[in-house]
Design a protein around this ligand. Structure first.
Ligand SMILES: [Fe+2]
Length: 433
């Protein structure tokens, strides 16, 4: 890739931000409201079914499967190899995906693609692996493209000429990337490195396989952190006020499922097969829910916080869920639907604000009960000092302001608002409404 690929992304354009600021997110919503879905195979026969189908779709000479993984998830290749080999596929593995997808790693994947000429991508892994597959797909099929200038309204860049299908097998229970059209990669040429969002409808995986054997080895930390990411997707999406009755329904069920099954999974671990299966679906639903609405500002806050303070994505966005709901509550009443889900009864509160604050507290309590956090000072991995945190408030606020999510926030949010939110997040006691 050339250096030009590392310019700022389109959504950071000041002119565009000014126009959207004048139009308001509501006008944008009118232009962009579509629903994207893919084929989903749950249960134990997903890999076999997809391998047979792709075997029939492709001619003999063009059955070349590239498995995309990281150093941990490459162990799942043995669960995939036999079915694809039986259906005539030649297979290669690229297991070089690194956490948060630094953009330079795509060069390695691109080299393999140019030599092997895969016709099917199969990504097995967490969010980083699935996102890397989408980004690699774009640079492989459109070598000259400037990733930074892919416009969200320009849904097609011309894929599926070389790679006919993307198969996604998630190995965590939170990212939702298997059902989204977005890839988050990290621009390491910026100091500090910054997360960049690439959104192309064509990168929606064609096939998704949910099988509990791929999440059986999830360690307790990732159960908690990726589960809270799933919750953040739907909480943010429902209160973002985008989407449709269809995405609302999906988000509501996703929240309900996380609230019911994540506590069981945190308590009993992956041996609770029923809870594990439900959380796989909850993560998928939440992914579909936010992909067909918009994530909330917990993601602009969390992207910036995670990258600068080196805190896991799920823990970060989970921590900011309550803040996101509190902020949007000024312009939408959708947060009211959350009361029954979190066991907060409206009739016990005499004012709107009291009811809202009770829901916000319930969200924070759930984070803590799962082993997550509701404030920066509670984070132990890594431990953050108040002085260090305060010295970074400015850059934290700026990176959040420049995040793609900010552009579509239903209630406009500026750098000063973000700074106040980060200040409030230190102890999480008094959020910004
Ligand atoms: Fe997320």
């Amino acid at each position: 890739m050339s250096d030009e690929d590392f310019e700022v992304p389109w959504y950071e354009s000041p002119a565009l931000n000014d126009v959207v600021g004048l139009m308001g997110a509501r006008a944008m919503q009118g232009i962009m409201n579509t629903f994207s879905g893919n084929r989903i195979f749950g249960g134990k026969t997903g890999v076999t079914t997809v391998a047979i189908e792709l075997g029939k779709r492709l001619d003999e000479g063009e059955k070349r499967l590239l498995i995309i993984a990281d150093s941990f998830t490459k162990r799942f290749c043995e669960d995939v190899f036999p079915d694809f080999e039986d259906n005539g596929f030649e297979i290669k593995v690229w297991s070089g995906v690194e956490p948060e997808v630094p953009m330079y790693i795509l060069d390695d994947g691109l080299q393999i693609c140019n030599d092997f000429k895969p016709t099917v991508f199969l990504a097995v892994g967490g969010g980083s692996v699935l996102d890397a597959a989408k980004a690699l797909w774009i640079v492989y099929e459109q070598p000259g493209i400037n990733l930074m200038q892919i416009d969200i309204l320009d849904n097609a860049v011309g894929l599926r000429r070389k790679v006919k299908a993307l198969v996604a097998i998630p190995t965590t229970i939170g990212t939702g990337s298997e059902v989204t059209t977005a890839a988050i990669v990290t621009d390491t040429k910026r100091d500090p490195p910054k997360k960049i969002s690439l959104t192309v409808d064509e990168t929606l995986p064609d096939y998704v396989i949910l099988d509990t054997k791929f999440v059986k080895t999830l360690p307790p930390f990732l159960i908690m952190a990726t589960g809270l990411d799933a919750l953040a997707h739907s909480l943010g999406a429902i209160t973002s006020n985008w989407g449709s009755p269809l995405s609302d329904a999906i988000n509501m069920v996703a929240i309900e499922e996380v609230l019911r099954y994540l506590p069981r999974l945190v308590k009993y671990g992956t041996k609770d097969e029923e809870a594990l299966e439900h959380m796989q679906w909850a993560a998928l639903l939440a992914g579909m829910g936010f992909n067909n609405a918009m994530p909330g500002i917990e993601h602009s806050l969390g992207h910036s916080f995670g990258a600068i303070m080196h805190v896991h994505h799920g823990l970060s966005v989970g921590m900011f869920c309550a803040q996101s709901v509190a902020w949007q509550a000024k312009v939408t009443e959708k947060w009211r639907k959350l009361g029954p889900l979190f066991g907060v009864r409206e009739d016990k509160y005499s004012t709107r604000q009291e009811y809202l604050e009770a829901i916000v507290k319930a969200i924070q309590a759930f984070q803590r009960a799962m082993g997550g956090v509701a404030s920066v000072k509670e984070i132990t991995e890594p431990k953050i000092t108040k002085a260090d945190y305060q010295s970074k408030l400015e850059i934290l606020a700026r990176y959040s302001k420049e995040d793609a999510v900010t552009l579509t926030s239903y209630r406009p949010v500026g750098e000063i608002n973000y700074r106040r939110m980060f200040e409030a997040a230190w102890d999480g006691e008094k959020l910004v409404y």
